[in-house]
Write a protein that binds this ligand. Structure first.
Ligand SMILES: O=C(O)CCC(=O)C(=O)O
Length: 338
C-alpha cells in the first residue's frame, strides 16, 4: 500500500476511533442491535449475522480486522485472574499443561518462582479459575459474532509484560497469530484480549496494522534483535512499512477482538510495573486441522513439538495438530471437528 492510501486508511480508522484513539468505535458497545433486514449480509465475510454487533461495529471489523469493546470484563473478575496468576507463579497450584515463561534476559537464571519473573502463563485450560475468562458470557457473546455458535477455546495466555530490562526484549514483534495455528478457515478464528489495567504506549500496548487481515499468511521467523528475543516470539520480516499503525490505548476490562491474520505486536514496557493482559483464541468447532508440512508454518511446528518434548516428555511421534487437540476445549455449542 502506498503512503497516501495508508494515510487515508489511518484517517478512516482514526475517524472511527475518535480522539483519544478508538473511543468512538466502542462508545456504544452494545447499542444498535440491527435487524438483518437493514443490511445485506452477503457483503460481510468476517462477521456473522447474529444481531449482537451494530452495523457500524460490523463494518469496522470487516474493514480493519479488529474491534474494541469498552469495559467488557468486570473489575471483580480481573482481580480474581490477577490473584490466580500470582498463585500459579508461586507454584501453589500446578495445573497440567501450564507453561510459565520468563523473559529471555533472565530465562537461564534461577529465581524463586514469583510473579516478577514470569512473563507469560500459557495454556491454562486446566486451571478452573483462569479458564473462567474463556467462558464468560460477555466474552462469548462477542466471540460468537466471529465464530458462530459452536465455540472452542484453543489458546490461552496471561501476558505479564515486565519492565524492559534495557534490551528492548519486552517488545513483541509484529506477527500474525495464524502462523501458530494448524486449523482453518481463518475467518472462523478470533482472539479476545482483555486489558487487566490501563495500557498505553508507556507500558507496551498492542499495535495493530488495520486491514492486514485481508492479506495472506506471511513467513515468520525470529527477528534479529541485539538484546535477544523471547522464545516463540516469531515476527514477520516482510510487511508493508507504510501500512498505517494504530496503538490501542485501553482501560482495565476493555477487550479487543481481532482476526488471526491481523498484523500486530506490542511495544516495550518503559514503566516499572508489570503490564497484564489475559487472552484466548477461539475457533468455530467446525474448523478443521491442516498439515503444515511444507508450508511457512513448518518452523513453528518443529519448535513447538520440541518444547512439548522437553516440558511434557511427550517423546516425539506427534504433530502440531495433536498438541492443539490436547489444548482445545469446547466452551459453547457442539464439538464438531476440532
Ligand atoms: O500482549 C502482548 O503484548 C502481545 C500478545 C500477542 O500479540 C501474542 O501473544 O500473540
Amino acid at each position: 500500500m502506498n503512503s497516501d492510501r495508508a494515510a487515508a486508511r489511518l484517517r478512516v480508522v482514526l475517524g472511527h476511533l475518535g480522539c483519544p484513539p478508538y473511543e468512538a468505535v466502542i462508545a456504544h458497545p452494545t447499542s444498535g442491535a440491527i435487524s438483518s433486514a437493514s443490511f445485506h449480509p452477503q457483503q460481510f465475510q468476517y462477521t456473522q449475522n447474529n444481531n449482537v454487533l451494530s452495523l457500524e461495529q460490523r463494518k469496522f471489523y470487516e474493514e480493519n480486522g479488529f474491534l474494541v469493546i469498552k469495559n467488557l470484563v468486570s473489575d471483580a473478575d480481573i482481580e480474581r485472574f490477577r490473584n490466580e496468576f500470582e498463585r500459579l507463579c508461586r507454584q501453589e497450584v500446578k495445573p497440567p499443561g501450564l507453561l510459565l515463561m520468563k523473559d529471555v534476559t533472565i530465562a537461564k537464571s534461577v529465581y524463586a518462582p514469583n510473579e516478577k519473573v514470569i512473563t507469560k502463563a500459557q495454556d491454562f485450560q486446566e486451571d478452573e479459575e483462569l479458564f473462567r475468562y474463556c467462558t464468560l458470557p460477555e466474552i462469548l457473546k462477542y466471540v460468537e459474532c466471529f465464530t458462530g455458535p459452536n465455540i472452542m477455546a484453543m489458546h490461552t495466555m496471561l501476558i505479564n509484560k515486565p519492565p524492559d530490562p534495557g534490551k528492548k526484549t519486552s517488545r513483541h514483534p509484529l506477527h500474525q497469530d495464524l502462523h501458530y495455528f494448524p486449523f482453518r478457515p481463518s475467518n472462523s478464528i478470533v482472539c479476545a484480549w482483555t486489558a487487566m489495567e490501563h495500557i498505553d504506549r508507556n507500558n507496551g500496548c498492542l499495535v495493530v496494522l488495520p486491514g492486514t487481515h485481508k492479506g495472506t499468511l506471511k513467513p515468520h521467523d525470529y527477528p534479529q534483535w541485539e538484546g535477544g528475543v523471547n522464545i516463540m516470539y516469531h515476527g514477520i520480516q516482510d510487511y508493508d512499512k507504510n501500512n498505517a499503525r494504530v496503538h490501542l490505548v485501553m482501560e482495565k476490562g476493555d477487550t479487543v477482538f481481532f482476526h488471526p491474520l491481523l498484523i500486530h505486536g506490542s511495544g516495550q514496557n518503559r514503566t516499572q510495573g508489570f503490564r497484564k493482559a489475559i487472552s484466548c483464541h477461539f475457533a468455530s468447532s467446525s474448523c478443521h486441522y491442516i498439515d503444515v508440512t511444507g508450508t511457512s508454518q513448518e518452523n513453528i511446528e518443529k519448535e513447538v513439538v520440541s518444547i512439548a518434548d522437553r516440558f511434557y516428555g511427550m517423546k516425539g511421534g506427534f504433530s502440531l495438530k495433536d498438541i492443539w487437540r490436547f489444548r482445545a476445549r469446547l466452551v459453547r455449542g457442539q464439538r464438531i471437528n476440532l
